[in-house]
Write a protein that binds this ligand. Structure first.
Ligand SMILES: Nc1ncnc2c1ncn2[C@@H]1O[C@H](COP(=O)(O)OP(=O)(O)OP(=O)(O)O)[C@@H](O)[C@H]1O
Length: 273
């Protein structure tokens, strides 16, 4: 199976990108996939969520390996990659990534530095998930240029829905100018509290607005205090609350994502016939 690179993106902060990256990644690893999670956010939330509470003390991070890629310095394939007890690999990040984003501006092929790096290591993985930062800057453009597809977590709130249009425009631009094969896997509604009318209405509105053009994953990810706790324990929802509704929702998402790949492989082989 070829490696699938999925960017988990939304320029709005706090919508569940890191939580989705962690739980989808560990979900895929539980299904036997070889998975690398890449923290593409200088806040280092994914790195912290996977148990590295002091990302600034890590000797090698995404900024170091991208720096080496930029200046054609030799890089060993496993350099800086950490292993998590639940079966996924992690390329961590810390605040140094902000500095790297600034220096990207003066580099040739600046949109494709992350892609160049991933092309070197992707043969060892079935899935690489990119946890994007909450912006549409050069790092996010790098993730979209490197990805085969984008998965968009959206919190069921009015303002999240507005920001989605901007993100879809950026994805279109990247598709037209840099990465014509970029697909959208779908929108994932997160932190849905079905006890409130507001959340139910917005959730229904988002489905109504986008379901004709894009996949909206079913079911939503419910809101749960247990899910909010996982980052501080450095583990997934499957380890922290295996029988809870959020674990079940992320298990379903994992199955949906695997199904998408099977469908793509099938349509490719149908085309070749
Ligand atoms: N299903 C959920 N129920 C309750 N809280 C959640 C859920 N999913 C995520 N959270 C919490 O919401 C907050 C934001 O989630 P997360 O960090 O995954 O978002 P993000 O989009 O990656 O944020 P940023 O844009 O800052 O990187 C975190 O405190 C997280 O623990």
């Amino acid at each position: 199976m070829p490696c699938n690179v999925i960017a988990i993106a939304n320029q709005k902060g706090g919508v569940g990108k890191t939580t989705t990256c962690t739980n989808l990644g560990i979900g895929l690893a539980t299904e036997g996939m070889k998975v690398l999670l890449v923290d593409c956010d200088p806040q280092g939330s994914l790195t912290i969520s996977l148990g590295h509470s002091q990302p600034d003390q890590l000797p090698v991070t995404l900024s170091s390996v991208l720096g080496k890629t930029m200046y054609d310095t030799e890089l060993s394939p496993q350099e800086g990659i950490l292993h998590h007890s639940e079966g996924v690999d992690l390329m961590p990040a810390n605040i140094e990534l902000s500095g790297l984003e600034v220096s990207l501006v003066n580099v040739m092929c600046r949109e494709k530095i992350l892609k160049q790096y991933l092309d070197e290591i992707k043969s060892g993985y079935d899935y690489i998930l990119l946890d994007c930062m909450p912006s549409l800057g050069m790092l996010t453009v790098n993730t979209l240029a490197a990805a085969d597809s984008v998965l968009i977590p959206v919190q069921a709130q009015y303002l999240s829905a507005k920001g989605l249009e901007q993100l879809l425009q950026t994805i279109n631009k990247v598709r037209n100018q840099i990465n014509p094969k970029l697909k959208i896997d779908g929108i994932l509604l997160t932190m849905v509290d079905n006890r409130t009318n507001d959340a139910r209405e917005i959730s229904a509105l988002l489905r109504e607005t986008y379901e004709t053009k894009l996949k909206v994953f079913n079911p939503d990810i419910p809101h749960s205090v247990r899910a909010a706790e996982t980052a501080s324990y450095g583990k997934s929802i499957f380890a922290h609350d295996p029988k809870g509704k959020v674990a079940e929702a992320y298990r379903n998402l994992t199955k949906e994502v695997l199904k998408l790949e099977t469908q793509r492989q099938k349509s490719k082989s149908d085309l070749l016939r």
